[in-house]
Design a protein around this ligand. Structure first.
Ligand code: SAH
Ligand code: SF4
Length: 394
């Protein structure tokens, strides 16, 4: 047991060291001003004290930045004008640039965000069909190191990790786009009230930045999202799943997609490193998993590949005893993809077997396919440049 724990710790250290090799560039503007978005509360206080301000200003600024959505110091009525001007000379409240924005026929909206070094990532808002609210699907990396066969992002090599400012930035910029900040009357926004870390990249291969961003969005004096309204999806980075559960306590979604190692090795190559038995064991010990907080298993439906009744029965056997639901995702095609979406009757049959075993088995209806915004369709033109390859770690 101890040996296994030590092994995991060594693995975690290795994963974090590798993530640092793909770190984002420092968030300072060319004119020397510092971006306040993405700093932890402590870092914000440090930035202010370093420029001669009192630490209590951090609390005030936090409220303006994350509760009110202010991007202009001149709007901060609780701060005296001369100080507003000083702050504006030293700091900015940054937003990623909107390179393009498209809204699909079903109301899904996709942004291509461009960051300070001109790298790009996509973000999607998916309105709920029944309720007057929806989820923001956020990217954690530009590209991905993993190359799941059915995923468009997987065809784009990892360019770099996104920093906390860029991860939080996607959410706040999405809110800006809908005017979703408290009104002067104090009405709170509810439209963009859920985050799914299901965009480009593997969030657990960029753990530190994702964790800092999630601490910011859940902070009760700012955006104040409940952890229960955040779902992190992983393709199965087992050593980081424990840390994610212990430290962040967000909902977990696991991209399962196959129930036998041989097939999963092929579809989700990370399985060769962390095979099914280890993945399922990590799910069993995920803290806080209960009937009220189930683990979501995502299962892409690929015609003739993983959609047989025998697969469904094996799935049920594999996850027995885990408080879970199984999200069946009809494969979303993209230019050059090699798979075909399962036939509706195959999906129904699969869903019925899973449901009869006592698990909810919703079929995720494709959203925003017309604008290539559905699961697994995201990809940008960003590439890792020579200069980045030569840059020192950290
Ligand atoms: N990297 C993380 C999160 C991003 S992908 C992960 O893999 O979990 C979000 C979900 O979409 C994953 O379950 C992923 O496997 C699935 N997906 C990828 N490509 C898809 C496609 N073409 N059609 C349907 N789902 C896809
Ligand atoms: Fe990366 Fe997830 Fe796509 Fe796999 S499915 S290539 S882990 S983004």
């Amino acid at each position: 047991m101890e040996a296994a724990a030590a092994f995991s710790e060594a693995e975690r250290t290795r994963i974090l060291a590798k993530a640092a090799l793909f770190a984002p560039p420092p968030a300072r503007l060319e004119d020397g001003r510092q971006d306040l978005v993405g700093l932890s509360r402590e870092q914000l206080a440090e930035a202010l004290t370093a420029s001669g301000e009192k630490p209590f200003r951090a609390k005030q600024l936090w409220h303006w930045i994350y509760h009110q959505g202010a991007t202009d110091f001149a709007r901060m009525s609780s701060i005296a004008r001369p100080l507003q001007r000083v702050l504006a000379e030293r700091f900015v409240i940054g937003r990623p640039e909107v390179a393009t924005v498209q809204t699909g026929a079903d109301g899904t909206r996709k942004w291509l965000f461009r960051f300070r070094d001109r790298q790009e990532a996509e973000t999607v808002y998916i309105p709920d069909r029944q309720e007057d609210r929806g989820a923001v699907c956020i990217s954690s990396q530009v590209g991905c190191t993993l190359s799941c066969r059915f995923c468009h992002t997987g065809t784009q090599p990892l360019v770099r990790n996104l920093g906390p400012a860029e991860i939080v930035g996607q959410f706040v910029a999405a809110r800006d786009s809908y005017g979703e900040w408290p009104s002067p009357k104090g009405e709170t926004p509810r439209l963009l009230s859920t985050i799914v870390l299901m965009g480009m990249g593997e969030p657990l291969y960029n753990y530190e930045n994702v964790a800092q961003a999630m601490r910011i969005v859940t902070d009760g004096e700012g955006i104040g999202l409940s952890r229960r309204r955040i779902t992190l999806s992983t393709s199965g980075v087992v050593p980081m799943m424990d840390r994610c559960g212990a430290e962040l306590g967000v909902n977990l979604a696991v991209s399962l997609h196959a129930v036998r190692d041989e097939l999963r090795d092929h579809l989700v190559p990370l399985n060769r490193k962390y095979p099914l038995a280890e993945l399922i064991a990590a799910c069993r010990r995920y803290p806080g998993a209960s009937n009220a907080r189930r683990i979501t298993f995502e299962y892409v439906m690929l015609d003739g590949v993983n959609d047989s009744p025998a697969d469904a029965r094996e799935l049920v056997r594999l996850i027995a005893g885990i408080p879970a639901k199984v999200n069946l995702i009809p494969f979303n095609p993209w230019p050059g993809s090699a798979f075909v979406t399962s036939r509706p009757q195959a999906i129904r049959r699969f869903a019925d077997i899973v449901m009869e075993a006592g698990y909810a088995s919703p079929v995720r209806s494709p959203r925003g396919r017309d604008i290539l915004a559905a699961c697994g369709q995201l990809r940008t033109e960003s590439r890792r440049t020579r200069a980045m390859e030569g840059s020192p770690p950290g």
